[in-house]
Design a protein around this ligand. Structure first.
Ligand SMILES: Nc1ncnc2c1ncn2[C@@H]1O[C@H](COP(=O)(O)OP(=O)(O)OP(=O)(O)O)[C@@H](O)[C@H]1O
Ligand SMILES: [Mg+2]
Length: 222
């Protein structure tokens, strides 16, 4: 059976006026369904670039990427949009919350895109509670929240559609140790229910929650 994620010789080159930046350099990687992988490596080594490729937010310069057995290169824009919406949850390093929407609307947003109706059955509230966000924060805008609260909104939003694949970029980067543990227990729980997780982290204690750690240096798997 094909792994849930397969990268074959994937490179990503950013052409810049002062020369090309090779962000990923011939990366080959198989991820099986239900794996929990930590990605570590120095700043600028290509970790976020790797997540962006797997999350189909950007396309490899060369090489092939397969998600759930399908070549991303062969999908059109509509198919990629459906894949991102229905199969992948993404917790961004910089949260990427929608500033004009409230906390609850941000959490609900992927569900509305998928089901084409509002969440009237409390899934958003359930996830807000699971990441430790008080209900009183629901009507607030992201700009009224602390960094750690915004990070938890981003985590709740990424989980709301119960994605098959969860990509997280420093999911506990803005959290205190106690809240970080709550989040890691939550991620471990959804992983045990079958969610495949790829998590970028600088923190070896956070990487310990994963079943496999991959180190990236200069765009290559070390
Ligand atoms: N959109 C872009 N345009 C040009 N260069 C980019 C772009 N995105 C990333 N890079 C470059 O690619 C390399 C890898 O960046 P990336 O963001 O993947 O690193 P990272 O490992 O996530 O670092 P950090 O730990 O600091 O988040 C860096 O040299 C970076 O400057
Ligand atoms: Mg990064």
């Amino acid at each position: 059976m094909m792994p849930v994620i397969r990268l074959e010789d994937v490179s990503k080159v950013y052409p810049l006026p002062f020369g090309d930046v090779v962000a990923l350099d011939h990366v080959t990687l198989d991820v099986e369904k239900g794996e929990f992988i930590a990605i570590m490596g120095p700043s600028g080594s290509g970790k976020s670039t790797l997540l962006n490729m797997i999350g189909c937010l950007d396309v490899p310069t060369s090489g092939n990427l397969f998600i759930a057995g399908r070549s991303v290169r062969e999908m059109d824009d509509d198919e990629l949009t459906d894949l991102r919406r229905d199969t992948i949850g993404f917790i961004f390093q910089t949260f990427n919350l929608i500033p004009l929407l409230t906390v609850r609307e941000n959490v609900e947003y992927p569900l509305v895109l998928k089901e084409r109706r509002r969440d009237t059955w409390g899934r958003s509230e359930e996830l807000m509670a699971k990441v430790g966000l008080e209900e009183s924060l629901a009507p607030h805008k992201p700009s009224e929240l602390s960094g750690g609260q915004q990070q938890r909104v981003a985590i709740a939003r990424a989980l709301v559609n119960n994605p098959a694949i969860l990509l997280c970029d420093e999911p506990t980067g803005n959290l205190d140790t106690k809240t970080g543990t709550v989040i890691m227990d939550l991620l471990t729980g959804v992983n045990h229910q079958g969610m495949t997780i790829i998590m970028v982290t600088h923190d070896p204690r956070i990487a310990e929650y994963a079943s496999r750690t991959i180190t990236i240096v200069d765009g290559k798997i070390a």
